[in-house]
Design a binder for this molecule. Structure first.
Ligand code: ZN
Length: 384
């Protein structure tokens, strides 16, 4: 009997210790989660930014919500009238080269003719948490001449805090296509969006309205893909005029030594920028992909180095065996590639639509480094 009571006492103590440890761990994890969510990424607004608008200007339902992202507008110094460009960074915050490229444009670009709209955090809610069960870092650093710049590394999807509960099957409202549950929270399955739909659809609606109300000529949505994924180092374009520009851009990029693919936006995959923006707006819609090892399924430890350097022993083996669609590279190459692709798409647009170079009918962009500049000096050299 005494032994029984003694065992019971020990069990009780162990249980209490375990409960206490769980509470402490839950508190620490919860605090980390809340701190990360409340940590707003600040962007350096250069002198070339002439106006800042918000997503809520295009969808009032986003006002005072986490989704109310900034839209940085750079108007041409000679004339803002003419073709315009929207650069969409941060659709998927676990694909960092998209955001970093938009920041590179924000901090360097000078517009001579036309207007450029830059979004650095298309899905702000997805910057408020990391992907569950991935063990990914929350931040990564880039060394610049003025010190270390820290960027947030988020999740592919909207946080459950901002959109819950969600249906088991996501029915894309504009087409009726059935998609997986997690696509309910995927901004790049939610276009053209709904003014009063789920949070993610409200964000997509704001972006669609931004394009419609400003009659934006070219929209480029920046992404990354896992090295084994087929659509990689690629420009995906809406069929028709956008595809003609992509084909022109492809030739010039390859001549410059940047090996890239073009793909026509698949008819049957709905909700994506390159499909829906091409259907529901007059913009020329493109989506670009680069090869990011941290997104792949076969990488080892998820570290900052993996995000920035793209180096992983399992991917190195897969590369050796020739199993990859596109070999993983550094964030410098991925940003340089996105940037060069944007510049070439604009140059190709100008060549096709304004062959006589009539002033005011081309979008003229200056002061961006070249692909080789970024490769030689690193992205940090061109960040403030
Ligand atoms: Zn993506």
């Amino acid at each position: 009997m005494k032994k029984y009571l003694e065992n019971k006492r020990i069990n009780l103590i162990i249980t209490l210790v375990l409960i206490l440890a769980s509470v402490v761990i839950a508190f620490i994890a919860g605090k980390e989660f809340v701190d990360f969510r409340n940590d707003d990424q600040e962007f350096i607004i250069g002198p070339n930014v002439t106006r800042i608008e918000k997503f809520s200007d295009y969808n009032p339902n986003l006002k005072e919500t986490v989704g109310d992202a900034d839209i940085f507008i750079l108007e041409g110094s000679v004339s803002p009238i003419g073709p315009s460009l929207l650069i969409l960074g941060g659709t998927h915050p676990n694909e960092p080269s998209g955001q970093l490229t938009s920041v590179l444009f924000l901090e360097n670009l000078e517009v001579e003719y036309g207007t450029v709209y830059i979004v650095t955090e298309a899905n702000r809610s997805a910057y408020s948490a990391t992907n569950p069960q991935e063990g990914s870092p929350m931040y990564y650093d880039i060394e610049t001449e003025s010190g270390i710049r820290t960027f947030k590394f988020g999740s592919r999807a909207t946080s459950f805090v901002d959109q819950w509960p969600n249906p088991d099957i996501f029915v894309h409202p504009a087409s009726g296509q059935q998609l997986s549950n997690q696509d309910t929270r995927n901004l790049n399955r939610s276009y053209p969006g709904r003014i009063d739909g789920y949070y993610t659809e409200r964000v997509a609606y704001a972006i669609t309205q931004l394009i419609i109300q400003n009659n934006i000529t070219i929209t480029i949505d920046l992404h990354e893909a896992s090295p084994e994924y087929m659509t990689n180092n690629a420009i995906v374009a809406h069929p028709g005029d956008a595809m003609n520009i992509a084909a022109h851009a492809y030739l010039y990029l390859e001549l410059a030594g940047i090996i890239i693919k073009t793909e026509t936006s698949p008819v049957n995959l709905r909700g994506l920028t390159h499909r829906e923006l091409g259907l529901y707006t007059d913009t020329l819609a493109f989506l670009c992909e680069t090869s990011n090892a941290s997104q792949g399924r076969i990488h080892g430890e998820f570290t900052e180095e993996l995000i920035v350097e793209g180096k992983d022993k399992f991917y190195e083996k897969a590369e050796e065996l020739g199993l990859l669609e596109a070999n993983p590279t550094t964030i410098h190459e991925r940003v340089a590639r996105h940037m060069a692709t944007i510049m070439q798409i604009v140059t190709s647009y100008n060549a096709i639509y304004n062959p006589g170079s009539i002033p005011g009918q081309s979008l003229i962009l200056n002061n961006m480094p070249s692909y080789n500049d970024v490769m030689d000096q690193g992205i940090g050299k061109y960040l403030k």
